[in-house]
Unconditional design. Structure first.
Length: 296
């Protein structure tokens, strides 16, 4: 009886929330939803935050770090690219479903009924690669902002003829058989639309679940698209000075687009002072730093 009372005492939310307020390690990121807000955190979720942070720190500092769990799941398609949304609740996957059929699929990894279940899907005109995904508020709604790149033949006659340039590597410079154009696409998927698929009263795969999902509009909203005849090297998504931005690099050129005002800015990264005349290789990468209102 004493042990049971001690057990119940150590599982009170107030105990773990007090620990969280003064916890010294970095906590695992959580989806920005009401369920995961501090007032709504259950004792189990609060305890998991603490124990997972301790476990991750010990594993990271270990001389022989290891993976404790490995998940295997089937998406019934060829996986082209994959991106974990911060927090690990959702995973974004670029897939190919047969010849010249491509799509983006959003998997919910912590569904209450079934692990790794697809909850949203949108077809893409060609292979989506270099995926980025973050929780960002857009037009008053919190959701998952997604960016990806794709390419296609530049000439209409080549597209009509069915020339597919998606089979080529997206990690190397390719001499394509036809002229190619590139497109950076940005989508937004509100969390309110995804929560429809979380209701445990409708088990995934059931007729009731399928009917409920089919009755909903597509959760994906096209935010913007940037086309170019030059490939985009790297991209990033984040909030800069209170507004959502997408930034991409093309060699020494950085392209910024404010997703609220639609304004586009370009910056050329020059050589280091004192080394202007020396040859240098360009290794492009870019990251938005919201806390400092700057770009790295």
């Amino acid at each position: 009886q004493v042990c049971r009372q001690l057990y119940e005492l150590t599982h009170q939310p107030v105990v773990w929330k007090r620990i969280l307020r003064t916890f010294h390690l970095h906590l695992p990121p959580l989806p920005p939803t009401i369920r995961y807000s501090f007032p709504e955190l259950s004792s189990l979720e609060s305890e998991r935050l603490v124990t997972r942070a301790l476990s991750a720190e010990a594993n990271w500092r270990s001389t022989v770090p290891k993976a404790y769990n490995a998940w295997k799941f089937c998406v019934d398609a060829d996986v082209m690219s994959i991106k974990i949304v911060p927090g690990g609740k959702y995973v974004l996957v670029s897939v190919r479903e047969g010849q010249n059929r491509y799509a983006l699929m959003l998997l919910m990894m912590e569904h209450r009924v079934k692990i790794a279940y697809p909850v949203a899907k949108i077809a893409t005109a060609s292979k989506a690669y270099k995926l980025e995904a973050k929780y960002i508020r857009y037009e008053t709604e919190m959701g998952i902002m997604i960016s990806y790149m794709r390419r296609e033949p530049k000439r209409e006659e080549d597209r009509v003829a069915g020339v597919d340039v998606s089979d080529y590597s997206d990690e190397h410079v390719i001499d394509f058989p036809v002229p190619v154009r590139y497109e950076l696409q940005v989508l937004h998927c509100p969390l309110s639309a995804l929560h429809v698929a979380e209701d445990p009263r409708f088990p995934p795969g059931s007729d009731a679940f399928n009917a409920r999902i089919d009755a909903q509009q597509s959760p994906f909203k096209i935010v913007t698209g940037i086309r170019s005849t030059t490939a985009f090297d790297f991209t990033d998504l984040d909030v800069l000075d209170g507004a959502p931005h997408v930034v991409a690099s093309q060699g020494r050129i950085l392209v910024f687009k404010n997703l609220a005002s639609r304004r586009v800015h370009r910056i050329r990264v020059g050589a280091l002072v004192g080394y202007e005349d020396e040859p240098s290789d360009v290794h492009p990468n870019v990251r938005i730093q919201p806390a400092f209102s700057s770009i790295l």
